[in-house]
Design a protein around this ligand. Structure first.
Ligand SMILES: [Mn+2]
Length: 476
């Protein structure tokens, strides 16, 4: 058996070593075959039976598998400050409902009430010093039930926060605090859905900060103006430029931004039960608004309002928090890797919701490898390839690199041998990438395809080596 990056991943976590080995093997195979379909990632009938057995084993569930994920995250921490980026994605299995059936308690209605699936809310931990993923500190996977009353019928506004789905934002922050050692400072990042007063009141402490996109024009304690008015009427502290990439809503441009910030006292929401929560919480509010001069006709200006518990002493502080918040796109990328742009988890053909949830946990961890490969190409830090690859894989890459490099200097691997970026360049080439950074970096599908070819070739290479060494033995 090849040594691999997931060695011992579930050791002493699942009820029996067989299941631990099988779960580990499935992660290796998800990477090797780039697919979550059991028939595709298992080569033999025995392997298929083993995979189905592990995914269908009721002696442990997806939360048990997640314990291995958290342990690995904790072991990967090498910095005193981390970003924890949380968000929710919906996994839709409507097309498989013929196979699964409505009586399965682990599948339920999703955003579109006629569709079936579940939700997944991970906390992705990023090391801001080199912008690479550390792991997951919390993963909440849940589903709604078919007979649950609608939001309206449940008297949503007056419900206790712990019974609401939105409590996931708080729960995952609490789980993150609990997992990471007490000397680690963590900045928890969330989009507009995470603009929750209870979260502001409950989560921050000396080492835990929030950095949230503001969504509600909140009342400020003891003031006439609300949050948005207070921000926009405050004095401009600086201007700066950002690159806007083109997307369906935006034209590519250099946007000229105006920066404002204020310390604010966020008032407890007036119409909600207050319990023992404080009258207000103190935070810093940032407004980054595009100046009219760079806004194209018929487009709205770029506008970010952020709330943070980090204090702002100067312009640089505010710009730093904006930069951290911009790393939130990494979790959107992560979701793309487990879904359409990569492992296609929604195509998994299993007959039980819980099996799909287990697969979801394994796929998330595997997605980090693909993500690390992609992000490393923009990284100036030298990261050892052994983070991801076995010695045998690296040896194969050394031999095979010549094939991937062109005859000219232009198409030489520009990275230092033995680094992740050096390996990533080769894997992207195997996936069909031109090799010229100037022609754009490789995408996730390219890297995933490259990995599949890489493992296949590397396996054949090891097989040939074993064959030749045996032949030599016969000769003697
Ligand atoms: Mn979101």
């Amino acid at each position: 058996m090849n040594d691999n990056q997931f060695n011992g991943f579930f050791e002493s976590i699942l009820p029996d070593p067989r299941s631990e080995k099988r779960a580990e093997k499935i992660m290796v195979d998800l990477l090797n075959f780039g697919s979550v379909v059991v028939n595709k990632f298992c080569k033999t009938h025995t392997e298929k039976i083993g995979a189905y057995r592990m995914l269908g084993n009721n002696n442990y569930d997806h939360d048990d598998l997640a314990k291995g994920v958290y342990r690995s995250c904790k072991a990967n921490v090498h910095n005193v400050h981390l970003l924890g980026i949380q968000d929710t994605t919906e996994l839709n299995f409507t097309y498989h409902m013929g196979r699964i059936g409505k009586e399965d308690a682990d599948i339920g209605p999703v955003t579109n009430n006629d569709n079936a699936g579940f939700f997944c809310h991970p906390m992705l931990v990023i090391d801001p010093s080199h912008q690479l993923p550390v792991g997951f500190s919390s993963i909440n996977v849940w589903n709604r039930s078919w007979d649950k009353l609608s939001r309206h019928e449940r008297d949503y506004h007056n419900q206790d926060i712990k019974e609401k789905e939105s409590y996931r934002w708080i729960r995952s922050a609490l789980e993150t605090k609990e997992l990471l050692a007490e000397d680690i400072c963590i900045t928890i990042i969330g989009d507009r859905e995470s603009d929750i007063y209870d979260e502001f009141a409950e989560i921050p402490d000396g080492r835990t900060h929030l950095l949230i996109r503001s969504s509600i024009n909140r009342k400020l304690f003891g003031e006439k103006q609300n949050l948005f008015e207070k921000l926009s009427s405050s004095t401009q502290k600086a201007t700066y430029e950002i690159d806007i990439h083109s997307n369906p809503k935006r034209t590519k441009r250099k946007a000229k931004m105006s920066l404002k910030y204020e310390k604010v006292k966020i008032n407890h929401p007036i119409n909600r039960p207050k319990g023992n929560k404080p009258d207000y919480v103190e935070m810093w509010a940032i407004e980054a608004r595009e100046l009219p001069e760079s806004v194209p006709a018929k487009e709205d200006p770029v506008l970010w309002r952020l709330l943070t518990t980090h204090s702002i002493n100067c312009v640089e502080d505010a710009l730093q928090y904006i930069e951290w918040y911009s790393q939130r796109w990494l979790i959107e990328e992560l979701f793309r890797i487990i879904k359409s742009k990569g492992l296609c988890i929604e195509s998994a053909q299993l007959e039980a919701g819980e099996g799909l949830k287990k697969l979801c946990i394994l796929a998330l961890q595997v997605a980090l490898t693909i993500m690390t490969l992609k992000l490393s190409l923009h990284n100036t830090h030298k990261i050892k390839a052994s983070l991801i690859f076995s010695e045998e894989h690296i040896r194969f890459l050394e031999v095979y690199m010549e094939e991937l490099e062109g005859k000219t200097d232009k198409l030489k691997n520009p990275y230092e041998e033995g680094t992740v970026q050096w390996a990533s360049w080769a894997i992207a080439r195997l996936g069909g990438w031109s090799g010229y950074i100037s022609q754009g970096p490789p995408g996730y599908i390219t890297l995933k395809d490259g990995l599949v070819r890489f493992y296949d070739k590397s396996d054949s290479f090891q097989m040939a080596l074993r064959y030749l060494s045996k032949k030599d033995v016969y000769k003697d």
